[in-house]
Design a protein around this ligand. Structure first.
Ligand SMILES: Nc1ncnc2c1ncn2[C@@H]1O[C@@H]2COP(=O)(O)O[C@H]3[C@@H](O)[C@H](n4cnc5c(N)ncnc54)O[C@@H]3COP(=O)(O)O[C@H]2[C@H]1O
Ligand SMILES: Nc1ncnc2c1ncn2[C@@H]1O[C@@H]2COP(=O)(O)O[C@H]3[C@@H](O)[C@H](n4cnc5c(N)ncnc54)O[C@@H]3COP(=O)(O)O[C@H]2[C@H]1O
Lengths: 136, 136
């Protein structure tokens, strides 16, 4: 298992819901609500990884002192609230490296050497494998 | 490890953010946004576990066909949108039983024989332990 590559556990980019730089918060909110994911990656037009955005980040941004300022959903963009400081893995990174990051992150984005988005590694996939190991 | 009890990994109830039956969606949304959690347990007044509520469930409930119907946050209650069909563990359940459930659930609630809420077991705690195991 220590010799496994993350590529084995990765959900490929074409199966990953995401939003784009330039999208307004309202679009991101709709994507998250419709897919049911609490957070998704943010990519730019060239398909490079830029950050990740969550329901909480959006809500936090529109929670004013007096009331929820819903109009901000139409005026603010994802790049204003997303988390840019995210861990990044490579396809050939080890299982152990992925496991360590997944301790603190529900999913970790995988990119290639040029920074193009390849996919994500999730806690669920790692837990499934670890569960199988327990029976060996 | 197969002989570990879940109590070892459990976050006790006094440390778990939750909402109550009877709370309106607006209150739940504020609790989720302020704690930063994407989902929390729902308890009743006697501290019995009733379900769990997430950001997505709330958003789903207010997403109308034409627009986001924010007024529903003040009129709808948590019991109208929460997920009542949730797995439940006991304090003396095995690590393996918890691991299996955490494959599909980011956290699982623990209750005692009377149905009173004891705490939650999270993927993070299980992954930390599994990571340590890999070095043994
Ligand atoms: N449509 C669905 N079908 C089946 N199960 C679902 C599901 N939506 C959520 N779940 C379950 O809930 C867990 C937490 O989802 P969450 O959206 O908070 O957190 C997710 C989400 O933020 C992200 N993610 C997972 N799959 C994704 C995808 N295809 N596209 C974009 N983001 C994804 O990775 C996080 C961890 O995912 P993980 O699979 O470990 O864990 C998932 C999975 O066990
Ligand atoms: N305030 C915080 N401090 C440090 N890390 C934080 C954090 N909020 C979130 N995280 C990190 O993000 C993960 C996903 O959080 P989420 O809120 O989607 O999903 C959470 C949340 O729904 C629930 N949860 C965890 N701790 C909770 C608590 N004290 N009260 C209520 N619910 C909790 O269990 C899920 C899985 O939690 P887990 O720890 O495995 O995984 C957490 C943790 O690794």
């Amino acid at each position: 298992m220590h010799l496994s590559y993350l590529s084995e556990f990765m959900i490929p980019s074409d199966k990953v819901a995401h939003v784009q730089i330039g999208n307004h918060l309202e679009h991101a909110l709709l994507v998250l609500t419709r897919t049911g994911y609490s957070a998704v990656p943010v990519l730019d037009r060239t398909y490079k990884l830029q950050g990740l955005i969550s329901m909480t980040m959006i809500m936090d941004a529109i929670l004013g002192l007096q009331r929820i300022e819903f109009e901000r959903l139409e005026t603010m963009k994802v790049e204003e609230v997303m988390n840019r400081d995210i861990p990044r893995l490579r396809v050939h990174d080890s299982f152990l490296k992925g496991l360590k990051l997944l301790i603190d992150h529900p999913f970790v984005c995988v990119e290639n050497d040029e920074g193009y988005f390849e996919g994500i590694v999730t806690r669920r996939e790692i837990l499934k494998r670890l569960n199988r190991q327990m029976y060996q």
